[in-house]
Write a protein that binds this ligand. Sequence first.
Ligand code: 13P
Ligand code: SF4
Length: 311
Amino acid sequence: MTDYTELIKRIKELKKEKNAIILGHNYMDYAVQLVSDFTGDSYDLAVKAMKTNADIIVFAGVYFMAEQAAALNQDKLVLSPDPKAGCTLSDALDVETLKKFKEEYPSAPVVLYINTSIYAKALADYIVTSSTAVKIVKAIDSDIVLFGPDANLANYVEKKTGKKIIKVPPNGRCLVHASYVKQFVEMARKKYPNAVLMAHPESPLEILEAADFVGSTNQMIKFAKESKYKEFIVATEIGMLNALKLQVPDKVFYPLISTESCACARCPYMAMITLEKIKNSLENEVTKVIVPKDVAEKAKEAFERTMKLLE
Ligand code: 13P
Ligand code: SF4
């Protein structure tokens, strides 16, 4: 096992020297979560980014998350340890496609999942996350909404709200969750008969219908902490087991599918964020996440409008 002691020590020194914080997504490697000042889901980290007094935010997550933090904090330096850490969902929706759908459905509010580029978000009315999507769509005063880019989350929101959801684009998917099939659930239930199944809403509807609990990564942590059950099958990206082990150490977690059985278990983009890259990012102040002011303002307005609906 790699000894990260020196690297972790250096990262901690750099954070102090530069008044920097590290925001780490729940899917990060175990050691990355250890050096993070806050770990959380997409919504929680966006709010943490808005509230920090640090001068520098290093975003240990994929690029759209760093962009979101930069848009919410235009006076702060936001760094991405690897700006090539993309996402198949954010890649699924380009601005031109979104504009076409908006023209076709001019009266439908535009609800975008946080997994989108900041340029698409600037055209949205609301920006939701896996923890807020159902609540926001229910609260919007319209029976029809444009929703993108995750078709699986769109199906789930449609089922939970009964509203008409126009998917934009029609078939955006997360490469991890889209790989889940009912057979994985049957296999895992057989192997772990005492475990309950928690699933992320980016999963296909057949997985969500078979789950005992559906929620965002933070909601899974809360559910596992408060549950009377001791064992859990986790239907989301496998890095999530690091967050669960760290925050719910007295319970047992199994992945729905392991990396040995399917490479699809680990998101290749999340895996690009390493301790070495975080140290480099802090040391050399790279890569700066730049969002044009007008784009940032519009995306921030949509995010704040969404937060108001949650109050
Ligand atoms: P949450 O952490 O917001 O549940 O979403 C996970 C995700 O899709 C990150 O890629
Ligand atoms: Fe995107 Fe899926 Fe990777 Fe999350 S796990 S960053 S949704 S590809």
